[in-house]
Design a protein around this ligand. Structure first.
Ligand code: HEC
Length: 205
């Protein structure tokens, strides 16, 4: 009695294993075929949290909490006066420290904030940022030329200007005329003014 139960069990296992093997082969075969059909599409759709599949760039709304502060500029006068605070993902900074390059999908956010100055215990005429945001600039690194015919993508980046009154969508129409001329001096450092971000260079000690 015991024996026959044993045999029956063994038979079932064998049978099960066979069907599992057949099923596995079928699944693996399908998995091998599927990605090829959808690679380009999936690559665009899953590329960045801040880019849709058509290449539209939005402001990362949580950047002050999810990103790190790379550095700040202070512009003393003019339309852009105030603090320009620049942020990126921690993993982008880590990758840059290793390779000296911005990795695919890297996000840079520059926030323009008005400033106020006053006398403090540290000195006279000390400036600080205020709660008034002027606008944001966003750049997304694209090493694969995903959006070849899109006029806000090129030279290795997606380029966006987001105004405070335009929700979080970009108002940039053509980076070649709206961004590139001003970023020419930084062409040799992948269009980024890296001298403002000393944390991206290895400490010389
Ligand atoms: C008037 C010239 C000017 C224009 C126009 C301009 N930029 Fe910049 N941008 C700069 C300068 C200079 C810096 C660094 C110093 C600063 O912010 O004052 C900078 C910094 C940045 C940064 C921070 C990273 C870096 O490069 O250091 C981002 C992001 C950025 N710009 C995106 C853009 C985008 C996107 C556009 C077009 C929509 C644009 N900029 C248009 C001059 C400009």
């Amino acid at each position: 009695m015991k024996r026959s139960i044993g045999n029956a069990t063994r038979y079932t296992y064998l049978f099960r294993n066979k069907s599992v093997a057949v099923l596995l082969t079928a699944v693996l075969f399908t998995m091998a075929l599927l990605p090829h059909a959808g690679t380009a599409m999936a690559d665009k759709a899953n590329f960045s949290l801040y880019v849709d599949k058509s290449g539209n760039i939005t402001l990362p709304d949580d950047f002050q909490l999810s990103m790190i502060h790379l550095g700040s500029w202070f512009v003393p006068e003019g339309e852009a006066s105030g603090f320009h605070n620049v942020y990126t993902e921690p993993e982008t900074a880590r990758a840059y420290l290793k390779t000296g390059k911005f990795p695919d999908g890297a996000t840079l956010v520059k926030e323009l904030r008005s400033s106020a100055a006053s006398n403090y215990t540290t000195g006279k005429n000390v400036s600080h940022a205020t709660s008034d945001v002027k606008q944001w600039f966003v750049m997304i690194k694209d090493t694969k030329g995903r959006f070849a015919n899109n006029p806000v993508w090129g030279d290795g980046w997606g380029w966006a200007l987001i105004k405070t009154d335009s929700s979080s969508r970009s108002v940039t129409a053509d980076y070649r005329t709206e961004c590139l001329p001003c970023h020419m001096p930084a062409k040799n450092t992948d269009w980024i003014y890296v001298e403002g971000y000393p944390m991206l260079s290895k400490p010389d000690r």
